[in-house]
Design a protein around this ligand. Structure first.
Ligand SMILES: [Zn+2]
Length: 445
């Protein structure tokens, strides 16, 4: 029998949409075999995992704002990827904005790649940007290896990344369709947001009224109609309004190529419980009411929502304006990259979901959506990326113990179930000392 570099044996292993006992043989950083426990796979290194852990594929977080270069004081490749590694995430895809320059042409992608090189503790791929005026850059940027293109339908928060007009969506989708490219959309409608009341206030209800569900619902309808008209592929980022679930489900039944993600914070927190002035909870679209949250869980259960990604979007403490407690003035973005798995598991298990479900939402589907063919599953031919997870262990979130750059998170002090014991990238356990992550190119990863 073949000798593998490493064999990991686990009483609990998530593979092939099931949890079972098994051994995984790894050679040259790839999974070469998955066999029942006791099948005697021979390895130079054999790791017998304890009964208290589950062997999961490394997670794929397709929505991370690294912000380097240009706003490295907000977050950077070294700190973000170290946080990812500590959280069981082995692949992140970096968003095209908040860094300067934004990733809207090939030259900007090269700038970003250069700054990431040699700094990454996990694998990193890049999204491109779709902004007014760069229609002619899309196919070249696609060929250069971005995983798809992000656009906004409302002000993005930074001047250098303007939104598309809804009327332009079809043009962008039509061009992307020629290369089977994916358009990922921040779906809030700028006109609806402009019409909504906007108050400088520390009351979360005022902030919530300024980003109504109607803004999301309208933008999502427009994305669906543009995808329907063009046959292009579109993905709704960070879905918060559960009102949009039937729209997405019906469009999909009609054959429209539309998918959706949501984030841990929408599945965990409730608007009713956010304290006055607690701007660490501010993100756009906003966290909504408890009944909305439960509908999002239903959307995950029935498959209308494909995946859960962090939308890790930090900034400096000053920009959160905790001194003022003014939701309108604070930067919108939540930091959760390192604790997403434990958080989602805590919330999922109390609603009767399994680690197989969590793995599908946080590893398998995000990899599929982005076209990462060797990520997100423990199956032969895939990269030997693993998360060794103790689901019945727990911890209390201490922001100063997290690796992301600025120690602010709404999860501070929260008790979570599940501890990441170790993370493996291409067959080797990550120690946090040596940045061995690769920069990924679409089609090659
Ligand atoms: Zn984002």
């Amino acid at each position: 029998m073949a000798q593998y570099d490493t064999v990991l044996c686990a009483r609990r292993l998530v593979t092939n949409g099931r949890e079972e006992a098994g051994c995984v043989g790894v050679t040259d950083g790839r999974i070469a075999a998955v066999e029942p426990l006791g099948s005697g796979l021979d390895g130079r290194q054999v790791v017998e995992l304890g009964d208290d852990v589950v062997l999961l594929p490394g997670l794929v977080d397709a929505h991370v704002h690294v912000n380097e270069p240009g706003r490295t004081e907000w977050e950077g490749f070294a700190s973000a990827t170290r946080a990812a590694a500590a959280g069981g995430v082995t692949t992140i895809l970096d968003m095209p904005l908040n860094s300067i320059p934004p990733t809207v042409d090939v030259a900007a992608l090269e700038v970003k790649r250069k700054s990431a090189l040699g700094q990454c503790f996990v694998d990193v791929g890049f999204w491109g940007g779709a902004v007014p005026g760069n229609l002619g850059e899309l196919t070249a940027l696609h060929a250069a290896g971005v995983f798809g293109f992000k656009c906004f339908l409302v002000h993005s928060g930074v001047e250098e990344f303007p939104p598309l007009l809804p009327a332009d969506l079809e043009d962008y989708l039509r061009v992307l369709r020629t290369v089977d490219g994916l358009l990922i959309v921040h779906a809030e409608d700028g006109d609806e947001i402009e019409r909504a009341p906007s108050l400088h206030s520390g009351d979360y209800r005022d902030f919530l009224s300024s980003r109504p569900r109607a803004a999301e619902n309208r933008a999502i309808s427009r994305v669906i109609e543009a995808a329907r008209a063009t046959g292009g592929r579109a993905h709704v980022l960070h879905l918060s309004s559960s009102d949009a679930l039937p729209l997405i489900a019906e469009a999909r039944q009609d054959g429209v190529r539309i998918t959706a993600e949501t984030c841990p914070h929408y599945l965990t927190f409730a608007a009713e419980e956010i304290p006055g002035g607690a701007t660490q909870f501010k993100c756009c679209p906003p966290i909504r009411e408890a009944d909305n949250r439960e509908q999002l869980w239903r959307g995950l259960a029935d498959g209308t929502i494909d995946c859960i990604v962090s939308d890790h979007s930090p900034c400096t403490p000053e920009l959160k304006r905790l001194d003022l407690g003014d939701f309108a003035a604070a930067w919108g973005g939540i930091s959760s990259l390192q604790i997403g798995l434990s958080d989602v598991w805590t919330e999922a298990r109390r609603r009767g979901f399994s680690l197989v479900d969590v793995t599908r939402w946080m590893a398998e589907r995000p990899a599929q959506l982005a076209g990462l063919r060797r990520k997100g599953r423990i199956e032969p031919g895939h990269d030997a990326d693993f998360c060794i997870f103790a689901p019945d262990d727990g911890f209390v979130v201490d922001p100063t113990a997290l690796f992301h750059r600025n120690p602010i998170t709404p999860y501070a002090g929260r008790r979570l179930d599940g501890v990441v014991r170790s993370t493996w990238l291409r067959g080797q356990e990550l120690t946090g000392h040596q940045p061995r992550g690769h920069l990924l190119t679409r089609g090659e990863a």
